[in-house]
Design a protein around this ligand. Structure first.
Ligand SMILES: [Zn+2]
Length: 92
């Protein structure tokens, strides 16, 4: 089995699950599923860093293939499909 690739951020030891590619000609940073082949100008990112990614000024970030969005929408979704936990009583 191939060794898991790790996030390319220096201090990060998480497993990479996305690949960031810079399309210089279009001033666009593209975040997509982990690529099979390492490419020049491509950076592997863990889920955390992929979701935190911000583009340099004047650049766009495009997320494809199920890459995480900057906004957290998952919590909202799980609340709709599952009963909420019993509410804690407010302490006045
Ligand atoms: Zn990371």
């Amino acid at each position: 089995m191939a060794k898991a690739r790790l996030c390319s951020r220096q201090t990060c030891t998480r497993e990479a699950v996305y690949t960031l590619t810079y399309a210089y000609s279009e001033s666009t940073a593209v975040v997509g599923p982990l690529s099979n082949v390492r490419e020049p100008h491509a950076y592997d990112l863990c889920e955390f860093h992929a979701s935190r990614l911000t583009a340099p000024q004047g650049w766009d970030v495009v997320r494809v293939g199920g890459a995480p969005k900057a906004e957290a929408g998952e919590e909202h979704q799980s609340q709709m499909s599952q009963p909420a936990y019993p509410r804690l009583r407010s302490v006045d």
